[in-house]
Design a protein around this ligand. Structure first.
Ligand SMILES: [Zn+2]
Length: 99
C-alpha cells in the first residue's frame, strides 16, 4: 500500500519493496516531510492539502456506500458471488488499482 495515498503498490521485481505507487506520491511525501520539519511537527502529525483530504473522505464515503449496497443486495437474496463481485469491482474503482 502506498505510504502517501494508500493505493496498492505494484511489487518491485527485485530489491526493496516499493513504498509509493508513483513518483508524484514519493515527491509529495518528501515535500510533506520537509514541511513538517519546517513547522516542527511530530512524526504522527501531517499537513495535507484540503483537496487531498476531501478526496480521501470522498473515497471513504464511496466505500461506505458500496458496503451498504452489498448488505442490501444480500438481504434481497442476490447470490453471494454476485454481491461479492459487485463489491470488489466497486472497491477496485474507488481505490484505483488500475491507476
Ligand atoms: Zn500513491
Amino acid at each position: 500500500m502506498c505510504r502517501w495515498c494508500g493505493r496498492p503498490v505494484a511489487s518491485a521485481p527485485i530489491g526493496r519493496p516499493r513504498a509509493y505507487c508513483r513518483r508524484s506520491c514519493r515527491q509529495r511525501a518528501y515535500e510533506s516531510r520537509r514541511r513538517g520539519i519546517e513547522l516542527g511537527l511530530g512524526d504522527e502529525e501531517l499537513v495535507i492539502a484540503r483537496h487531498e483530504r476531501d478526496d480521501a473522505l470522498d473515497r471513504l464515503a464511496e466505500v461506505h456506500g458500496l458496503w451498504a449496497d452489498a448488505v442490501r443486495d444480500a438481504q434481497d437474496g442476490l447470490a453471494e458471488s454476485t454481491v461479492l463481485s459487485r463489491l470488489l469491482d466497486g472497491i477496485d474503482r474507488v481505490i484505483g488499482t488500475n491507476g
